[in-house]
Design a protein around this ligand. Structure first.
Ligand code: DX5
Ligand code: ZN
Length: 212
């Protein structure tokens, strides 16, 4: 069954604690953490101070690194994440980084942009615990879902069964398209940012739970 991983990119940080309590009451146990460096993607988000604050919360942290040269920082992110995901496009040596993450600390994920075919993942089979299909170009919350990216998830499905990795989809998922996403492939994690965090979180979660 697919698990909801709300992204806090669009949280209201002046009342983050309160928003996290509502998520917890709504049975959320995993947070998706979008780290952006202004280089691999245009936007800059947040990193270590927020992770430090979340360390003692009892959420699992699914860290999505949209940063260039992830090897440089991966050891630090490893201390916080239950899953640390790097982008295939961000490194010339993804296998080394994935091995490092797995050996040093935690589960390793590999993400691909909407215009990256799955071919680049094939030589990495067996080296990662999670494949993240981006259904928008990374950088911002609140963008429109790109349905053509679901085809890649369908192609990855047979490898998922063979190699036993988890599959996640991220970007533009809303209450309106959630059902079609769930029907398209066997996702383990569904990331939802603005659809959870904007307006009334409790009502959003109630609506999402009816579909999930
Ligand atoms: C986009 C991020 C996403 C984003 C999701 O670069 O990786 O995780 O926060 O937000 P929504 O669901 O609003 O597209
Ligand atoms: Zn993300």
């Amino acid at each position: 069954m697919a698990k909801l991983a709300p992204s806090i990119l669009n949280a209201d940080f002046k009342i983050l604690g309160e928003q996290l309590r509502i998520l917890k009451q709504g049975s959320v146990d995993t947070l998706h953490i979008d780290v952006m460096d202004g280089h691999f993607v245009d936007n800059i988000s947040f990193a270590f101070p927020i992770l430090e604050s979340l360390k003692d919360s009892d959420f699992s942290l699914d860290i999505h690194l949209m940063i260039s040269d992830p090897m440089k920082y991966v050891e630090r992110f490893c201390q916080y994440g239950d899953i640390v995901t790097i982008h295939l496009e961000a490194s010339s040596q993804p296998a080394e980084i994935l091995r490092y993450i797995r050996q040093k600390c935690t589960k390793a994920g590999i993400a691909i942009n909407p215009d990256t075919p799955i071919d680049g993942l094939l030589p990495l089979m067996g080296e990662f615990d999670l494949a993240l299909i981006m259904s928008v170009f990374p950088g911002y919350g609140g963008q429109s879902f790109m349905p053509e990216t679901l085809e890649k998830a369908q192609l990855l499905q047979e490898y998922k069964i063979k190699h036993g990795f988890m599959m996640e989809i991220d970007g533009g998922i809303t209450i309106n398209n959630l059902e079609s996403v769930l029907n398209a492939a066997e996702f383990d994690y569904i990331v939802m940012g603005s659809a959870v965090m904007k307006n009334n979180i409790k009502e959003n979660l109630d609506q999402i739970r009816r579909i999930l």
